[in-house]
Design a protein around this ligand. Structure first.
Ligand code: FES
Length: 101
């Protein structure tokens, strides 16, 4: 019998690492689980902004910023596609670019 549950995945760049997930993890949780080099100084509390990533595909599938993320975006002038990985729930088909330091 065919499994009716479609596998969900996101792609991290520039590593070109496709990461499968289930449930509703944050993008940061997936990056940590796959040992990708994404900073998260505050541990995902939404206070440090070190987990800032660029959404290169699928931005429209994400909801609007929540209050905390929006405050950072206003203060620091984030572009629309710049989001905090700990504050966004992973969606199937996202492409996320991790900044190179
Ligand atoms: S890990 Fe600190 S804001 Fe996301």
């Amino acid at each position: 019998m065919k499994n009716s549950k479609k596998t969900k995945s996101i792609l991290f760049l520039p590593q070109k690492k496709k990461c499968e997930f289930s449930g509703q993890p944050s993008v940061l949780e997936i990056a940590i689980a796959h040992e990708l080099p994404l900073n998260h100084s505050c541990g995902g509390l939404g206070s440090c902004t070190t987990c800032l990533v660029k959404i290169t595909k699928g931005l429209e599938s994400l909801g609007p910023r929540q209050e905390l993320e929006q405050e950072h975006a206003n203060m620091r002038g984030f572009a629309d596609q710049e989001r905090l990985a700990c504050q966004i729930t992973a969606k199937d088909g996202l492409e996320i670019t991790i900044p190179i330091e």
